[in-house]
Ligand binder design. Structure first.
Ligand code: IPM
Ligand code: MN
Length: 353
């Protein structure tokens, strides 16, 4: 297969992990006889500095013309504490989502046996947790009407029926392919938008008789995720709830540096780690490349290349077993491996196995 990949390294540790994602992708292509062509494009604070726009038109075109986007991270502390900043790196990410119509964000929460002890939760609670959070990504408060003056501000949590239907369909379809358990997360006891979600979900559920569908308020879901993470199989929720719950989900596995995600919709799909740009670690060769590398596995799987995805996952597991790990998950007394060394080890492993 020939794959045209738009690579958006972005800010902070983005370029370092991006490089390892590309290395691993090249290793897979070599082994399986695929051809990947990369076109690099700027975004985030990097693009603000260079052209004054966090998601320039040219980057958009590069993404649109590609088969897939390999995205890393955006964000820069220069903007974080400046509420008056006119343009922010994060707007680049939001513009990308909106312009590419990426309404479905798939965030798997998985655990790795050898890292259970790193979880802030007791190992026996977390063991076996394996669920997908499907987050609506182009609607809700993020994109609804906003207003701000000195004395008042609001954001509007607006959803239309087609927006809700299409994301719930993604939820039901994933549930069908997994353990057939869908949890619709909302706040229907308070919010009108949530009541519409729940109404539509109840209308759709009979079309998926094999799926057990349950409904859970978001506050309750946040609690259940840490009390009994193994309860969940697929959860589907709106943009803001999904943002919050997936950060919570990501720490269950022991390190935020482990979890990849895929965003799909109307145009080119985007594959990215769920963590941010960790500016403090920029250039230090300490960032964990695994989330980025696993997002490469998701990319192959998206194109139906299951063996290729599995090869990446096996290599990641092997690196963990061999204690080839970045500092935040390394065992006591274990050797020091940086971003580059972990990436190179995984790429070599793929080529050799
Ligand atoms: C995420 C991030 C983004 C979001 C930020 C960077 C705009 O937190 O992808 O979860 O809120 O969606
Ligand atoms: Mn987030």
């Amino acid at each position: 297969m020939r794959l045209n990949i738009a690579v958006l390294p972005g800010d902070g540790i983005g370029p370092e992990i991006s490089e390892q994602g590309v290395n691993v992708m090249n290793a897979v292509c070599q082994k399986f006889g695929h051809e990947a062509h990369y076109k690099y494009a700027i975004c985030g604070a990097d693009a603000i500095d260079k052209v004054g726009d966090p998601f320039p038109e040219e980057t958009f075109r590069t993404c649109e013309e590609a088969d897939a986007v390999l995205f890393s991270a955006v964000g820069d502390p220069r903007f974080d504490n400046d509420p008056t900043a006119k343009t922010r790196p994060e707007q680049g990410l939001l513009a990308m989502r909106k312009k590419l119509g990426l309404f479905a964000n798939i965030r798997p929460v998985q655990t790795f046996k050898c890292l259970l002890h790193k979880s802030p939760l007791r190992a026996e609670l977390v063991d076996g947790a394996d669920f997908l959070c499907i987050r609506e990504l182009t609607g809700g408060m993020y994109f609804g009407e906003k207003y701000q003056d000195n004395d008042m501000a609001y954001d509007t949590n607006k959803y239309t029926r087609p927006e809700v239907e299409r994301i719930l369909r993604v939820g039901f379809e994933y549930a069908m392919r997994r353990r057939k358990h869908l949890t619709v997360v909302d706040k229907a006891n308070v919010l009108a938008s949530s009541r519409l979600w729940r109404q539509i979900a109840q209308e759709m559920a009979p079309r998926y008789p094999e799926v057990t569908t349950d409904y859970m308020y978001v506050d309750n879901a946040a609690m259940r995720m840490i009390q009994e993470p193994t309860f969940f199989d697929v959860m589907v929720t709106e943009n803001t709830f999904g943002d919050i719950l997936t950060d919570e989900g990501s720490c269950i596995s022991g390190s935020m540096g482990l979890l990849p995600s895929a965003s799909t919709g109307e145009s080119t799909p985007v594959f990215e780690p769920i963590h941010g740009s960790w500016p403090q670690a920029k250039g230090l060769n300490i960032a964990n490349p695994l989330a980025q590398i696993l997002s490469v596995a998701m990319l192959f799987e998206y194109f139906g290349l299951k063996e290729e995805g599995a090869a990446v996952r096996r290599a990641v597991d092997a690196s963990l077993d061999a204690n080839v790990r970045t500092p935040e998950i390394q065992v006591e007394g274990g050797a020091r491996y940086g971003t580059r060394e972990v990436g190179a080890w995984i790429a070599d492993y793929i080529r050799a196995h």
